[in-house]
Design a protein around this ligand. Structure first.
Ligand code: SF4
Ligand code: SF4
Length: 483
């Protein structure tokens, strides 16, 4: 394992010339041979970290409660891909609600664009489940078991001993256990808590697929939190990659006030503040505290960078230094580029107003769709392959398949009627009602006197009634003999 102190000095033969002095030319976590440099971020402390800790606690409770908390019998949040059934705030949505999903997805994307344009990548550092779990669970456990950054570095460098083995085993066992809990929670989001309970309590041989995914999710989370870590944000996350297209000089980001900080230089004991000022030195004492707490290993003094997740740990670290050297706080702070360069106040730009208008329109569209959402979705299809049959009495029979989706929280009685023809309609599947928030499929036999059929194919209109009220009209065709 390479550490940040083990930088090779030469480029590999044939490698493209890289300026290792320029942070833009290389990753902060890769050495000159392209090997990963393991990060040992110092444990952050300060007002931002404390706020983030409380905020994360609320988020973690919500994340774990999502599939378990029920509202009128339905989960707070469930994304059941297997049954194509989704629950949001206890309301069940089906694939038939595709327009609602489309509006919801567009609102989500526009919301991200607005949020990023206004507040940079604050989502990443403060609310993203990956960061919240990494920094508030796994990293804190690591500090607890192995100690702070220096102790971790020393432990990794030290030869294997009983103490090292004990600490490493404890850490990875705890990480694996926690990954198992997170993996199972994700599974509960996908298949629902009842199915998960069956997988855990039933005979394992009956749930091999479920057990496979249980193990897979556990291993994926363990790999991410134990090894992959900040690379998930830098290399994998698409949001991190396109954020640069959403930011502008008015976006609020974690920024170093280079006007105040430069020219940076170490603090000399014998030098007074005035002497330091006279020598052209700024407030940055080049102590590297902001770098040593950074979970992505960057130096924010180089400017806004792709790797920065706006976790604000460097703000706390620098504020601590400023307090000690009796300088005003906020050398690193949440500010826009215009705020740092020209002292401009935070302002709402036309771009953000435009995004907000789009967001509002989408929101109105979504509300309209939700308000006008039908209680029952019905589809009627002719049974494939079947033409028609002639009954003993000479009537023509057509068989149909009908699918009902009850989106309400009550059982709905059903009645189907032929609307445009004389004839009989029989629900042969024997269903007289659709249970609350369930889908049922049944067959329907329509029988018509051939004298009433005008041609080989006759349009057929079927009305769907519940408690005497017409709730839907279905159109199909009735096939009879050619005349
Ligand atoms: S530069 Fe600061 S805000 Fe950005 S990731 Fe590093 S510590 Fe967090
Ligand atoms: S913590 Fe503050 S003073 Fe220290 S190097 Fe970073 S910006 Fe400069």
């Amino acid at each position: 394992m390479k550490t940040t102190e083990e930088k090779p000095k030469t480029d590999p033969p044939g490698a493209q010339k890289i300026n290792w002095g320029d942070f833009r030319d290389h990753l902060s976590t890769a050495d000159q041979q392209g090997n990963r440099m393991w990060l040992y971020p110092k444990k952050p402390k300060g007002r931002y970290y404390l706020t983030r800790l409380y905020f994360s606690f609320v988020l973690i409770v919500v994340m774990f409660a999502g599939p378990f908390v029920k509202i009128q019998g339905n989960p707070l949040l469930m994304i059941n891909i297997v049954e194509r059934k989704f629950s949001v705030l206890g309301v069940i949505f089906w694939p038939q609600d595709n327009l609602i999903f489309a509006f919801g997805a567009l609102m989500f994307l526009t919301g991200i664009a607005v949020f990023t344009a206004a507040f940079g990548r604050l989502w990443c550092g403060w609310t993203c489940p990956q960061t919240v779990m990494m920094e508030m669970f796994f990293r804190r456990l690591e500090y607890f078991i192995e100690g702070d950054a220096h102790a971790q570095r020393e432990l990794d460098k030290a030869p294997w001993s009983a103490n090292k083995l004990f600490k490493k085993l404890t850490k990875h066992t705890v990480f694996l256990g926690l990954s198992f809990v997170i993996g199972n929670t994700l599974l509960a989001y996908i298949i629902g808590i009842e199915q998960l309970e069956h997988i855990i309590t039933d005979d394992p041989s009956g749930h091999l697929t479920g057990l496979f995914f249980m193990c897979l999710f556990t291993l994926i989370f363990y790999s991410i939190f134990a090894r992959f870590r900040e690379q998930a944000c830098t290399f994998i996350c698409p949001y991190g990659r396109f954020q640069s297209t959403l930011l502008d000089e008015n976006s609020i980001v974690v920024a170093y006030d280079y006007k105040r900080g430069e020219k940076r230089g170490t603090l000399k004991r014998e030098q007074t503040s005035d002497e330091r000022k006279a020598a052209g030195a700024g407030d940055c004492i080049d102590c590297h505290q902001c770098v040593s707490v950074c979970p992505t290993g960057i130096d924010i003094r180089n400017g806004t960078q792709m790797e920065c997740v706006n976790c604000t740990a460097c703000i706390d670290a620098c504020d601590d230094v400023m307090t000690k050297i009796k300088k005003p706080l906020g050398l690193i702070r949440l500010a826009s580029l215009n705020g740092i360069e020209r002292g401009e106040r935070i302002r709402v730009t036309p771009r953000i107003i435009g995004y907000c208008v789009v967001l509002t329109l989408l929101g109105l569209g979504l509300v309209t769709l939700l308000v006008t959402r039908k209680d029952m979705d019905t589809t009627l299809l002719r049974v494939s392959g079947g033409l028609f049959q002639t009954s003993a009495g000479g009537k023509i029979n057509n068989l149909y398949l009908v699918k009902f989706t009850n989106k309400t929280r009550r059982d709905m009685p059903l009645e189907l009627k032929l609307e445009n023809m004389d004839g009989t309609l029989e629900v042969t599947g024997g269903h007289s009602f659709v249970p609350a928030e369930k889908q049922i499929e049944t067959s329907v036999l329509v029988q018509i006197d051939p004298a009433k059929l005008s041609a080989g194919t006759t349009p057929l209109v079927v009305g769907v009634y519940s408690e005497g009220k017409k709730i839907d009209t279905l159109k199909t065709v009735f096939i009879g003999p050619r005349k």
